[in-house]
Design a protein around this ligand. Structure first.
Ligand code: MLT
Length: 233
């Protein structure tokens, strides 16, 4: 799916839904878990994030419109979660689009929810191939509008797994073609995106470069009883 609004037209009840928010929520989730976070609790609204942070003793974090929210301890930058800081801790995260789509998928009864981004591209693909279930690649996009970077990642997944699946929708074919066209100039291509310009104006270019680097946090975050945790491989 290319934007959250389109989730409504799918029956997700027998699907693995891969939540994709390349810039930056799902890149941050993969990084925090790769660096040893005990769990990431994804939250859709800020007040709930603060409340869950108090109940669990977790680190509250997140953004709205790309900026750190007053009242939360940390932001949505993967660089904020090195092993020396996050190992063994709980991260309670709320973001503009990524954690919102994740909750939409849960509310619609998704059979399984995992998160994907370039930093954990291979782990996502390996998992999807091993499961052989129906898959929805859910692009969080930007405030219900299409975006390029999440579509690019969906295309990267499709390119790696396509031999093992039947593709039922034209948007997937389009994403795969777009990725094939730009896979050798990704770092240039993503500079066109609107969210690049938004975040670069806050001085976050290094986050953006990191978020399109494959397999630097190559674990699979999977949703289990309120938490995103590392799936057993
Ligand atoms: C989101 O969930 O919309 C993003 O992660 C926003 C951001 O870049 O921080």
């Amino acid at each position: 799916i290319l934007s959250p609004k389109l989730l409504d037209i799918y029956d997700v009840s027998d699907n693995i839904v891969v939540i994709i928010d390349v810039f930056r929520a799902t890149s941050t989730i993969a990084t925090a878990l790769y660096n040893g976070a005990k769990r990431v609790i994804p939250v859709d609204v800020v007040d709930k994030c603060i409340e869950i942070g108090m109940q669990t003793g977790g680190i509250t974090a997140g953004e709205r419109d790309g900026k750190i929210i007053p009242g939360l301890a940390h932001g949505n930058s993967p660089a904020e979660y090195p092993r020396s800081f996050i190992e063994g801790k709980t991260l309670v995260l709320t973001t503009t689009n990524g954690t919102k789509l994740l909750h939409m998928a849960l509310n619609k009864g998704a059979a399984e929810v995992v998160t994907g981004s370039f930093p954990n591209l291979s782990a996502v693909c390996k998992y999807l191939v091993s499961q052989q279930k129906n898959v929805i690649l859910g692009c969080s996009a930007w405030k219900d509008r299409f975006n390029l970077e999440d579509t690019l990642f969906a295309g990267a997944v499709i390119q790696q797994v396509k031999e093992h699946f039947t593709i039922h929708c034209d948007s997937s074919l389009m994403a795969a073609d777009m990725y094939a066209l730009h896979q050798n100039d990704i770092h240039q291509f993503i500079r066109k995106t609107t969210h690049w310009h938004r975040l670069a104006s806050y001085g976050l270019e290094s986050d953006l470069e990191y978020c399109v680097t494959p397999d630097v946090a190559n674990i699979l975050p999977i949703y289990r009883n309120g938490d995103l945790v590392v799936a057993n491989s």
